[in-house]
Design a protein around this ligand. Sequence first.
Ligand code: NAG
Ligand code: NAG
Ligand code: NAG
Ligand code: NAG
Ligand code: NAG
Ligand code: NAG
Length: 551
Amino acid sequence: MGAMWIVLLCLSVVTTLTVVQGEDPYLFFEWNVTYGTIAPLGVPQQVILINGQFPGPNINSTTNNNIVINIFNNLDEPFLVTWSGIQQRKNSWQDGLPGTNCPIAPGANFTYHFQVKDQIGSYIYYPTLGMQRGAGAFGGLRVNSRLLIPVPYADPADDYTVIIHDWWTKSHTTLKNILESGRSIGRPAGVLINGKVAKGDGKDEPLFTMEPGKTYKYRICNTGLKTSLNFRIQGHSMLLVEMEGSHTVQNSYESLDVHVSQCYAVLVTANKEPKDYYMVASTRFQRKEITATGIIRYTNGKGPASPELPPAPVGWAWSLNQFRSYRWNLTASAARPNPQGSYHYGAINITRTIKLANTAAKVKGKLRYAINGVSHVDATTPLKLAEYYGVADEVFKYNVIEDEPPTSIKEVTLQTIVLNMTFRTFIEIIFENHETAVQSWHLDGYSFFAVAIEAGTWSPEKRKNYNLLDAVSRHTIQVFPKSWAAILLTFDNAGMWNIRSEIWERRYLGQQLYASVISPARSLRDEYNIPDYAQLCGIVVNLPKPSPYTI
Ligand SMILES: *[C@@H]1O[C@H](CO)[C@@H](O)[C@H](O)[C@H]1NC(C)=O
Ligand SMILES: *[C@@H]1O[C@H](CO)[C@@H](O)[C@H](O)[C@H]1NC(C)=O
Ligand SMILES: *[C@@H]1O[C@H](CO)[C@@H](O)[C@H](O)[C@H]1NC(C)=O
Ligand SMILES: *[C@@H]1O[C@H](CO)[C@@H](O)[C@H](O)[C@H]1NC(C)=O
Ligand SMILES: *[C@@H]1O[C@H](CO)[C@@H](O)[C@H](O)[C@H]1NC(C)=O
Ligand SMILES: *[C@@H]1O[C@H](CO)[C@@H](O)[C@H](O)[C@H]1NC(C)=O
């Protein structure tokens, strides 16, 4: 029985790959996910390691590579990981959310297969179950341009990934228990840069080195749980070249606000006095600023970094202005997943406007977060599987929220939120934030045009303030206190896609939903079949397999 199963599995893996994914090169990885103990803030604590590493290993890939990652879950709890910003065209089977995949059971292994199709840029991966993200198992994922495609800047001397995030000295289980008990996880104990924080005692090893005169690329990503961070490098300005998959107009910045789950790629030239310099990541929008530093060393360096750190900007208006300075480089060539939606997006008629308003609420005395009056709960059967097997109505109801937030919320309810999106329609989503905390929203399966963020309340006439020419195409957007943000996109990628708060306690407590995008044609041109090796769970386990999509 076991041997038979393995043979069948191997055969089906081979068939799926050859049929579906053509001849693009393959990258194979094996990941061993385990607990470990580290003490980045001096307090030994349990973390989650990938192949013994914290943060996890960087994935270095090139446009159209097929990535095969066999993940061995050696934790005593289920595990899933998502590839944030990787669009998984036709392939929400690989998205790694509780709404798309059954968890990898303790002691089991599961292999993700996906293609970084028509994408370039700087991305991250992270775990999606419980509060595991607060314990590690996150890291960088970069997609290089193919050699044939020109990049709008000279090849850097090296390419560095800088993972910055807030950090608690509590285990992810403790963080989860705090949320389950109805409270917030509160403020972080510290901030880490690539898993560390410099002590400043003259003995710190450099995180990165630079040869004088050369230019380096730094990809700065915030994998944290809730805190926006400001990033800067002593004495050096940063030339912004890419964010979340789009080449940007190349402006120079003294510092960058990196909201949760965002990634920015910058060029830094080693043209200053040869010595050590601190890179600095510090918390934003909190009464008590927490700062972490890490060392960059010139290879011919003589002397330590100055203890005087450049200050962080103050207030969120600064951050809003910085957002407005970001522009997409319209003339740069680059792989784009949906070219038909890329150009002249400002000329496409909007077919539907969806307003999503976040609110904090108490349900049975416990803290929850809601969208348009409903706080999301995961179903025990992944929503995508329920839909594919034709049993969605036994698992969830479509459209339990309206496209418009209710004028007053009498009582927040707990339900699974799935909005139907009509395939290939052009939709406007407004994120309304009536609260006083900065939000960070993300959409899986797509990149969208981030056309506006403004203070106050959205109304249709605000559309005249949208950037309809060169807004950056990206997958994460922040919303400042008592403000709104608008995004535009074509829902042309069939699948089940998570729209979530990247503020992880908010997401855990219900500030998320799914967008169901169904191709009426049930055609392989629009969506892949469920892979034969997919794990099944919940009510679909013993159901007959539906007839597959055809050409
Ligand atoms: C994973 O790591 C654990 C703990 O170090 C070890 O016991 C196990 O053999 C490793 N498994 C694989 C597949 O490498
Ligand atoms: C990453 O991939 C690029 C292109 O394939 C290669 O040139 C580079 O050496 C790789 N870098 C690392 C650190 O593996
Ligand atoms: C588990 O790992 C084995 C050994 O590498 C591999 O043959 C098998 O395909 C993996 N199983 C899954 C479900 O990925
Ligand atoms: C945009 O990209 C083009 C083409 O690669 C490049 O020549 C140009 O300098 C870039 N423009 C800006 C403003 O960064
Ligand atoms: C968009 O809508 C306007 C006004 O309803 C209409 O005149 C125009 O033809 C539409 N454009 C497209 C591309 O459908
Ligand atoms: C949503 O999509 C499902 C699946 O196609 C369909 O059965 C249902 O009628 C749709 N519901 C609405 C309200 O559009």
